[in-house]
Ligand binder design. Structure first.
Ligand SMILES: [Fe+2]
Ligand SMILES: [Fe+2]
Length: 177
């Protein structure tokens, strides 16, 4: 990484790379989870899910790319082998439901994963605030995306009539992105 770029990071860079690596692997798993779920989901509800999950997959892959770039900037090396993805991530990957027509169940599983991502980027933002402006900006950007993902999936689940969510004051908003 650049000399001045490194000098301004007021954190243990190895520790930061360790955290970024977990986030990076979370994103690769999230990408694959959305992507494979989009492929195998069945029936009418599955078709609806497939379209949305393909979009989510693209977002998560974009997040992985940005994290890989930051890891390299900091002098680290992104994990390469797929066998290392899950062991190095924060949590196990989200597999599609065995019942491929269980659209609500698959939505609920992804909502949980999005909430975990929100927790992870909130932690990264707090860790880097005032100490590493570049990573902080990235954490904030990804956090905002995950907040949007959670809200979108919650709304989608709500529209399907089986949400167990707090009622919204002004009715449910419909917004993809
Ligand atoms: Fe993400
Ligand atoms: Fe997400």
């Amino acid at each position: 990484m650049g000399t001045a770029g490194k000098a301004i990071v007021e954190l243990d860079v190895d520790q930061l790379i360790t955290e970024l690596t977990k986030d990076y692997l979370d994103e690769l798993l999230a990408f694959y989870s959305y992507w494979i779920t989009a492929q195998v989901a069945e029936g009418f509800h599955g078709e609806e899910l497939a379209e949305h999950f393909d979009e989510e997959a693209k977002d998560e892959l974009g997040h992985a790319r940005k994290l890989a770039e930051r890891i390299i900037e900091l002098g680290g090396s992104p994990v390469v082998h797929p066998k290392d993805w899950e062991p190095g991530a924060h949590a196990p990957w989200t597999a599609p439901r065995v019942d491929r027509s269980d659209a609500d169940g698959m939505l609920q599983d992804q909502i949980k994963a999005e909430r975990d991502a929100i927790t992870a980027y909130n932690r990264l933002a707090k860790m880097t605030f005032g100490k590493d402006p570049v990573t902080y900006a990235l954490a904030s950007e990804l956090l905002a995306d995950e907040v949007r993902h959670e809200e979108f999936l919650e709304n989608l689940l709500g529209r399907r009539g089986r949400a167990h969510l707090e009622p919204r004051e002004h009715g449910e908003r419909e917004r993809i992105r």
